[in-house]
Design a protein around this ligand. Structure first.
Ligand code: CAA
Length: 394
């Protein structure tokens, strides 16, 4: 059984260093001056924010975890929390577009050979190019082992066939880590991971999916038809794909979770300001306990979610790896559900105004919903948490 007793918190200081405060300020200023003024148009037009991605890249707010030896920023998971919250506070559609390289490049950073890292990581540091994590398929989202794409070995190459969907940034990516079965009869043990260049013959973007929220982020479906990939592009050994996917998600889920905190924080700030301005029955509505308590719960739950994210990131930085699985899922589950609740309550505080597009909170409510779905639904996080609690790791 895993002990859940807060023991991992020993030795942690909540005081940020001057460098961390500086990084946070940089991200907040960019979000305030560049992202916020453009979020509505990107949302309305479902437009990929290429210019903002390039600006974020120039400022050093992208590819946070590419190691310094490959030209990257080499930031800790914890430092990533500070950037992730602020960019998503600006707009989570734009924030996701900027930060999704963390997921795309995650398998290479965590499992690439020195040669693979040297090939795929430095270009990310040099230019604002995008990469994707292509796991989900039309018939396999939560149940990863059910994916049906195949990779058949032919000499020094693999030939990939299949369909991928719900892939962040795929429509603009240079390359993607594609998960496919090298031994379809072996279930999850027959899954492998490959770096696939999106310009390869046989890769076809089939659809840019129109989403309810986070509409600035491209989410695409693509097909692989006899795509030839050099064997040297396989990450790890044949059959390692499932574990590569799971371990990558352990690493990225806190980063996604803190994005939910950013959205919730934005909704809270809007609700707080409005509750002090809006008068009913001769009082600002904040003075009515029904509203005051909603705002109090928002503030409490956001801080709890933030601290769960920080703890999960801290565990990853301690190299706790598999032990961090539980904490990554705690953070993802709680932060996503908190963002949904806080943004829904923020719409409620605004009343009728909250439901119309002229005011900012309806977008935040639409954006929040995705956090309960991507990178593992809230139900999958509960499944992971229950298994980690009840099933000792071998
Ligand atoms: N790290 C390393 N190994 C792990 C692991 C982890 N975190 N979790 C499980 N494993 C290992 C297990 O130890 C087990 O190993 P053995 O075979 O040696 O015993 C093996 O993997 C199988 O584990 P499970 O029995 O738990 O596997 P399962 O088939 O029951 O599935 C699951 C587990 C948790 C449900 C998993 O399928 C899952 O996480 N599903 C959600 C997938 C997900 O998050 N998808 C999101 C896609 S990305 C995205 O959304 C981004 C985008 O671009 C939109």
């Amino acid at each position: 059984m895993v002990a859940i007793d807060g023991r991992t918190a020993t030795g942690v200081s909540f005081a940020l260093t001057e460098e961390q405060n500086e990084l946070r300020r940089l991200a907040r200023t960019f979000a305030e001056r560049e992202i916020r003024p453009r979020e509505a148009e990107h949302d309305a037009e479902m437009r990929h924010p290429a210019a903002l991605v390039a600006q974020a890249h120039d400022l050093g707010l992208m590819n946070l975890h590419v190691p310094a030896e490959f030209g990257g920023l080499g930031l800790s998971a914890f430092d990533g929390m500070l950037v992730g919250e602020e960019l998503n506070w600006g707009c989570s559609g734009i924030g996701t577009s900027i930060l999704a390289n963390g997921l795309g490049a995650g398998p290479v950073i965590l499992f690439g050979s020195p040669e693979q890292k040297a090939r795929w990581l430095p270009p990310l540091a040099e230019q604002p190019i995008l990469c994707s994590f292509a796991l989900s398929e039309p018939g396999a989202g939560s149940d990863v082992a059910a994916l049906r794409s195949t990779a058949a070995r032919q000499g020094d190459e693999y030939v990939l066939n299949g369909s991928k969907t719900f892939i962040t940034n795929a429509g603009h990516a240079e390359w993607a880590v594609v998960f496919a079965k090298t031994d379809p009869a072996a279930g999850r043990r027959g899954m492998s991971a490959f770096v696939v260049e999106m310009g390869s013959p046989g890769v076809t973007i089939e659809k840019h999916l129109e989403k309810m929220g986070q509409r600035a982020t491209d989410t695409s479906a693509f097909a692989l038809h006899d795509v030839r990939v050099p064997a040297e592009n396989r990450l790890g050994e044949e059959g390692d794909g499932f574990k590569i996917a799971m371990a990558t998600l352990d690493f990225t889920r806190p980063g996604t979770a803190i994005g939910a905190v950013g959205v919730a924080q934005a909704a809270y700030e809007h609700a707080l300001a409005y509750s002090k301005e809006r008068v009913t029955f001769d009082l600002p509505i904040a003075m009515h306990q029904a509203v005051g308590f909603m705002v109090a719960d928002m503030a409490t739950e956001i801080q709890a979610a933030r601290l769960l994210c920080w703890q999960a990131a801290w565990m990853l930085d301690q190299g706790l790896g598999r032990e961090a699985t539980l904490y990554s899922s705690f953070a993802k589950r709680f932060a996503a559900d908190t963002a949904m609740k806080v943004t829904t309550d923020a719409v409620q505080v605004f009343g009728g105004y909250g439901y119309i597009k002229e005011y900012p909170v309806e977008k935040l409510m639409r954006d929040a919903k995705l956090f309960q779905i991507y990178e593992g639904t809230s139900q999958i996080q509960r499944l992971v948490i229950a298994r980690e609690i009840f099933t000792p790791k071998g």
